[in-house]
Design a binder for this molecule. Sequence first.
Ligand code: KG4
Ligand code: ZN
Length: 344
Amino acid sequence: MRVLGIESSCDETAVAVYDQRLGLLAHQLHSQIAMHQAYGGVVPELASRDHVARLLPLVRTVLAASGSNRQSIDGVAYTAGPGLIGALLVGASFARSLAFAWGRPAVAVHHLEGHLLAPLLEAQRPALPFLALLVSGGHTQLVDVQALGRYRILGESLDDAAGEAFDKTAKLLGLPYPGGAALARLAEQGAAGRFTFPRPMLDRPGLDFSFSGLKTAALVALAGRAPDPQMRADVALAFEEAVVETLAEKARRALATTAHRRLVVAGGVAANRRLRERLAVVARASGAQLYFPRAEFCTDNGAMIALAGCLRLAAGVSQGLAMGARAHWVLGELTAVGDEATGD
Ligand code: KG4
Ligand code: ZN
């Protein structure tokens, strides 16, 4: 079984071909970051228009690179939500129409399911079930991944997502959008101990998060002073440490309260080196194994959508001719479709 996957939920147009037997055959991505940077964030209307322009050339390139044609593709998967509705509709209508023209099934994929399953693209891949820390630009959740489609949310952010907090604090530090990776680079130059930021929600039971206070802590640290480069780096480090320690401690508690022996970290912030290092320590101390996708499959990509679509299609799930997309779509609403997604 071979599936073409299309991701267009935000500011990346991404396409991939995943083969159930052979694995990932090709993937490509066009990032709109340079286009949106002038505005300091994603402009939804521009995002939709750019997806329209990029999709068809990308699909042609990826089909050729994967050695596939319409005969060898068994289904077309697309991100149906959550995300920017205009951007989602471009990918959904494109993918649904392509599947119709090819006489193949179309598969709607939840963007966060894509992120959760992205570690299955790696040679070192987790078997299901596992505990996942999902940290993206829009979501921060601890998820009990029981089976394909059966996801129980154990805790989540009550306000800003971890990636959003990185981006907002990066902006305060004068870094261009999206600032997460740039902030992490700046933090490398930081001196530990100059600032200590709060560790939100660690004093409370439960597995929820709150990150909106950290940008205030950064504002207070910077207040009234012209930040020299060293100070900016020190603030970046204090912020990063606060986020990483909070995420790692909640992951430790979630491992302790569930029987899971596999911890997955996924989503854009999972590309953060300090977070991975800290989670590796937590996993080892908890007798668990840590899994994560390579950095390019932590952030938005088509490979995770092609993979999730392939697993769903193999389990017999596909959509009718009516095409749909949802800006808001809660991961916990999905229903189990089987246990096919097992690794080693
Ligand atoms: O998963 P993703 O590509 O998009 C969403 O579905 O939201 O995540 C993007 C987020 C952005 O907030 C970005 O700043 C953050 O991931 N990010 C990072 C790093 N690389 C990307 N945050 C911290 N450290 C990084 N190295
Ligand atoms: Zn994402």
